[in-house]
Design a protein around this ligand. Structure first.
Ligand code: CAA
Length: 266
């Protein structure tokens, strides 16, 4: 598949760029704190799928702006919707869940607000790097709504039931250090280094063998969706499959030869 063409800055709901083997998608509705409407989620999903299909890309970064990663689903768009509307249009299912189809590692670079659907989008990523200004919350209760893009499911798996219930039922907002302590984020960095550090991490990951990255992502994700015995069995099959991989033989041979491996992503 062709590389996505970067849209013109300004009007486009997401900006799409590439840096070596890393695809960067920047949410681009700063005036609405990157509130996630259909146009933005359609564009994000399309960019993610294009990068996932691009053999020159090994990892993907989703970034927001300095004030907000994303402040959640677009409340102005939703305010008059009826149940018939959301059933017909398969709200969330239709375009928010595209990220679940991405097999390459996806990193979120979060500064500022990650609220509601913005927090849920970060939770759907594989690695979350937070700037010190990052704030995570699922405040839907204030709207008499509920976190509906996986928040009630992924948050307890990430940080445990006690903290998740607190956040969902009271609207408690976590700062970056709390989110780090509780296991919602992978690492915290200074805001002015957030994008640089996230891209550096993504570049390091993208330099590894892509089939091995896919196998690891699939195996870790399986831990959320299976018993331990089934997960370990799945992992074992993935391990055996590594022995059919040129890269695995190259990686082990290079270690023994004391040289840097050269991966063909096969
Ligand atoms: N939807 C639509 N517009 C939003 C928005 C949202 N989720 N969040 C912010 N905006 C808009 C504001 O309406 C405002 O627009 P105007 O300038 O035209 O008035 C602009 O963005 C700036 O916002 P604020 O003035 O409120 O900025 P602030 O710095 O004072 O506050 C904030 C920041 C605490 C994040 C606050 O904007 C806020 O609470 N936003 C809503 C958060 C929220 O409730 N998210 C959950 C949405 S529901 C959901 O996500 C359901 C789901 O699970 C899928």
């Amino acid at each position: 598949m062709d590389t996505p063409t970067p849209p013109a800055a300004g009007a486009a709901p997401v900006l799409v760029e590439r840096a070596g083997r890393v695809g960067l998608v920047t949410l681009n509705r700063p005036k609405a704190l990157n509130a996630l409407d259909d146009a933005l989620m359609d564009a994000l999903g399309a960019a993610l799928l294009a990068f996932d299909a691009d053999e020159g890309i090994g990892a993907i970064v989703i970034a927001g702006g300095p004030k907000a990663f994303a402040a959640g689903a677009d409340i102005a768009a939703m305010v008059d919707w009826t149940i018939a509307d959301v059933e017909r249009d398969r709200f969330i299912t239709r375009n928010w869940e595209t990220i679940r189809r991405v097999r390459k590692p996806v990193l979120a670079a979060v500064s500022g607000w990650a609220m509601g659907g913005g927090c849920e989008l970060a939770l759907a990523c594989d690695i979350v790097v937070a700037g010190r200004s990052a704030r995570f919350g699922l405040p839907e209760i204030r709207l008499a709504m509920l976190p509906g893009a996986g928040g009630t499911q992924r948050l307890p798996r990430a940080i445990g039931k006690a903290k998740a219930m607190d956040m969902c039922l009271s609207g408690r907002v976590l700062d970056a250090d709390e989110a780090d302590r509780y296991g919602l984020v992978s690492r915290v960095v200074d805001d002015d280094r957030l994008l640089e550090e996230t891209l550096a991490l993504a570049t390091a990951i993208a330099g590894y063998s892509l089939p091995a990255l896919r196998a690891i992502k699939e195996s870790v994700d399986r831990a959320y969706e299976s018993t331990l015995a089934e997960g370990v069995l799945f992992e074992r099959r993935q391990l055996y499959a590594r022995f059919a991989s040129e890269d695995a033989h190259e990686g082990m041979r290079a270690f023994l030869d004391k040289r840097t491996p050269s991966f063909g992503h096969r």
